[in-house]
Design a protein around this ligand. Structure first.
Ligand code: NOJ
Length: 579
């Protein structure tokens, strides 16, 4: 497929009513395509909230299998599941009690195996989430460690330590949790006296594993093989830069030197990922390792992407930037420059299950993202936010590298900011003493059809309502409502992914900026494709020899209005646009 045939298809479709599913790309993944991950569009499924097959109000694998056609029509190359393992759900499943089976609320291992194969038959690879930094306190290892007591080999798999002070009542370190509150919890000895402390960088229900212990390494290597044996195309590695700790337990220095933080980005991590890469590479085709790595230093970040370590990692720098041309351009430049020396593709991520939905964020006065400042309750203009989120979707989809789409962003869902307190579940909220709104607002079950909750999320006659309440206003955002509307955000995503696939499949699709004035991000991908995002306050004139492939908003008198993106097919750029 080339860009001109895509352009023709888009024209044809614009003329019809678009009430049919998008044409299917019948390519199926094959081991002969070792580079699929470099430009893949990867859709993140939060299984509790995607689709409920059995009517218990919680999403499940039956629901996902039923909706695989939707994902195929959307045009994604892979799906990444946040943890689907048995879990007490102290942190939405990132407290894993068993890494090699499926939580019964979601289904069975056989269903997961069937899902992986059914998705593959549609050309969609599956990526599973591996959580190596910590484990559930209900995992047999941790229960055995508590029972075995101080000094036992069972405790060596974790970070058990005596407390400081004469009676051991002070925590071994003052390390801070990214979930607010302490990182150590004191145990009680079998005789009822206060005992040792154990480390948990997140909640007390997520004790950190000791990566100096061979059992811990072996277990995770086995877990990788377990899922690769079942045909998954890759793993997403949770908290990938946190696994190794300085075992002398120093306090965090005021300005840690690179690699000098006691719990983050320690040099020993690279050896672990080299071993993991060797395991991934021992399987046919490309089985990929994707790191969840939040690091301020992008050069340290890029070190994880050397060609014998991780394949890619999430680019959170871009996600955190405000809606500002100079900031976004600087982030794009920084990202591309840091990835080039290690020859790794960038990833482009607008949101995920941890951050405020773009529609809500981009409608605020301060459009940047930071965990410490989610700005819940500050006014947001959802119409403006939606406009910008659509523009951002095209901007990121046009950039070179892999693209991540968080479920529901393709529907333009906003953050739900009025979930009743007694329905909230996120530990970030509770551990902050209620000052942090938490992450439930971006995890509300998807609206599929109909005019009232559960909006087709659960089957008719479901026994229970969705586990988080859906806003009544979502009736206009359902898949069904958007499927019949050619100007919907869902169709924008479908069209964008199709053009993007043709673009990335074309030869010579480099990247170069074009100058179209202040507040405008314009870049070429090869000689035929130009993406223009207007972040200024004025309409922008478009090059006159270019045909519009796609636009996130209607043009005004042939000009691109503020807060929108257009994709153009250019045969030859006019000289005034050349730099
Ligand atoms: C990152 C995950 O995305 C987040 O949801 C989780 O709470 C933490 N890691 C801890 O596992």
């Amino acid at each position: 497929m080339d860009l001109s045939s895509v352009a023709d298809q888009l024209d044809d479709e614009a003329a019809d009513t678009r009430d049919v599913a998008a044409p299917r790309d019948r390519r199926s993944p094959s081991d002969a395509d070792p580079l699929w991950w470099r430009s893949a569009a990867i859709y993140q499924i939060y299984p509790r909230s995607f689709a409920d097959g059995n009517g218990d109000g919680v999403g499940d694998l039956a629901g996902v299998r039923h909706r695989l056609g939707y994902l195929k029509d959307l045009g994604v190359d892979a799906i990444w599941f946040t943890p689907w393992y048995p879990s007490p759900l102290a942190d939405g499943g990132y407290d894993v009690a068993d890494y090699t089976s499926i939580d019964p609320r979601f289904g069975t291992l056989e269903e997961a195996e069937a899902l992986i194969q059914e998705a593959l038959a549609l050309g969609i690879r599956t990526i599973v989430d591996i959580v190596p930094n910590h484990i559930s306190d209900q995992h047999p290892w941790f229960r055995a460690a508590l029972a075995a007591g101080p000094g036992s080999p069972e405790r060596d798999r974790f970070w058990f330590h005596p407390g400081k002070g004469p009676d051991g009542s002070e925590m071994p370190t003052g390390w801070e949790s990214s979930f607010s509150g302490p990182t150590w919890t004191r145990t009680t000895n079998p005789d009822g006296t206060p005992g040792e402390w154990y480390l948990h960088l997140f909640t007390p229900q997520q004790p950190d594993l000791n990566w100096n212990h061979p059992d811990v390494r072996r277990m995770h290597e086995d877990v990788l093989r377990f899922w690769f044996d079942r045909g998954v195309g890759g793993v997403r590695i949770d908290s990938a830069a946190l696994l190794v700790k300085d075992d002398t337990l120093p306090e965090v220095p005021e300005n840690p030197q690179p690699g000098g933080h006691p719990t983050q980005d320690r040099d020993e991590l690279h050896e672990i990922y080299r071993r993991w890469r060797a395991i991934a590479d021992s399987y046919p085709g490309a089985r990929i390792l994707v790191g969840e790595i939040w690091l301020p230093d992008i050069h340290r970040f890029a070190k994880y992407l050397r060609n014998d370590e991780l394949h890619t990692a999430f680019n959170f720098d871009f996600l955190a930037r405000p809606w500002d041309a100079a900031e976004l351009r600087a982030s794009i430049d920084r990202t591309l420059a840091a990835h080039a020396p290690v020859d790794a593709p960038s990833t482009w991520v607008l949101s995920n299950h941890d951050v405020t939905r773009p529609v809500t964020r981009y409608g605020r006065e301060d459009t940047s993202f930071a965990f410490a400042a989610k700005r819940a309750g500050t006014p947001t203009d959802l119409a403006l936010g939606t406009r910008r989120a659509r523009a951002a979707a095209l901007l990121t989809a046009a950039l070179p590298g892999a693209l991540y789409i968080y479920q529901g962003d393709e529907l333009g869902l906003p953050e739900v900011e009025d979930i009743p307190e007694d329905r909230l579940e996120d530990p970030m909220h509770f551990r902050s003493g209620g000052t942090d709104p938490g992450r439930d607002g971006c995890r509300v079950p998807l609206p599929w059809s109909g005019s009232r909750p559960p909006f087709g999320f659960s089957p008719p006659g479901a026994a229970r309502p969705p586990w988080l309440p859906q806003p009544a206003a979502w009736s206009s955002l359902t898949v069904q409502a958007q499927d019949g509307d050619p100007s919907s955000t869902l169709w924008l995503y479908r069209d964008a992914l199709r053009v993007r696939k043709a673009l990335n499949g074309a030869p010579d699709t480099g990247f170069s900026w074009r100058s179209l004035g202040d507040g405008v991000l314009a870049f070429e991908r090869g000689p035929e494709f130009l993406s223009i995002t207007n972040l200024s306050e004025h309409d922008v004139e478009l090059p006159d020899n270019a045909g519009i492939l796609l636009a996130s908003a209607p043009l005004r008198g042939g000009r691109l209005p503020p807060d929108s993106t257009a994709w153009l097919r250019t045969r030859r750029l006019p000289s005034r646009l050349r730099v």
